[in-house]
Design a binder for this molecule. Structure first.
Ligand code: FPP
Length: 240
């Protein structure tokens, strides 16, 4: 794939673990377990192809409302993933980051997360960003509140600008996603990167997340390659 048309930042709404399990008469947790294998495969593929930022929607603010046992299993799977993959992240120069209301995570999960983030912080080949206890509206609210706090006592009181607000997002240095992928066919953003996805290309596949592997990921990248990104301009302007 020519590097020019490779998206710098790919963000994925990993959906369909439950349906994958139910169609096999398995517990939903088995779907999440297989979904974690897809996470491993896609991280490896993205890194190998040269994607610079990969954001995965692993747990939304709304997911706290799921049955306690499912939430617990998801947190355990996340902890296992972090422990198992640390060596690979170091070998592959992957920096682990997280966005979301991280203070809501159970203590042991947060500790593993912080440990992995600390250990990998100097890695520079790819940023793997896990959206955990993440809500797009919450991120915007947090940014607004933080921006207002920062202005308190500031005599100028000029309006908050786009660039000014961005500085208060969870990961301000990360460029907006070029491509947002959603698996399992649902046509919605589900509170994911609401601000940042304003001009992202969207790719929705019927494939369920546990079945989404290298071949499917490359299919999404090929579809992206054919898109014409205009950012609100005319075709003549962007092709000039
Ligand atoms: C959506 O499927 C998926 C989730 C809510 C969680 C995603 C978690 C993983 C892929 C595994 C653990 C994560 C990591 C980073 C190792 P769903 O349960 O909403 O599926 P359904 O819509 O078919 O019910």
């Amino acid at each position: 794939m020519p590097r020019k048309s490779l998206p710098r930042h790919v963000a994925i709404i990993m959906d369909g673990n439950g349906r994958w399990a139910q169609s096999r008469k398995l517990d939903r947790v088995e779907g999440h377990r297989e979904g974690a294998r897809s996470v491993r495969a896609i991280v490896e593929t993205a890194r190998r192809l040269g994607v610079r930022y990969l954001t995965l929607y692993a747990f939304s603010t709304e997911n706290w409302g799921r049955p306690t046992a499912e939430v617990r299993s998801l947190m355990e799977l996340l902890g296992e993933y972090l422990e198992d993959e640390l060596k690979e992240m170091m070998d592959q120069q992957i920096r682990l980051r997280a966005i979301g209301s991280l203070d809501q995570l159970p203590g042991p999960t947060r500790e593993k997360l912080e440990k992995t983030m600390r250990a990998t912080r100097r890695n520079r080949r790819m940023d793997l960003i896990l959206a955990l206890s993440y809500g797009g509206r919450q991120e915007i609210l947090d940014a607004v509140n933080s921006a207002v706090r920062a202005r308190n006592g500031n005599a100028g009181k000029s309006s908050i600008t786009e660039a000014g607000l961005r500085r208060h997002f969870y990961a301000p240095d990360v460029p907006d996603p070029d491509l947002v992928i959603r698996t399992s066919g649902e046509l919605r953003l589900s509170n994911f990167l609401l601000w940042q996805s304003a001009y992202s290309e969207l790719y929705v596949t019927e494939t369920l997340w546990p079945d989404f592997r290298e071949k499917e990921f490359k299919g999404a990248l090929r579809a992206y390659e054919k898109r014409e990104r205009r950012f609100g301009l005319t075709r003549e302007q962007v092709t000039a």
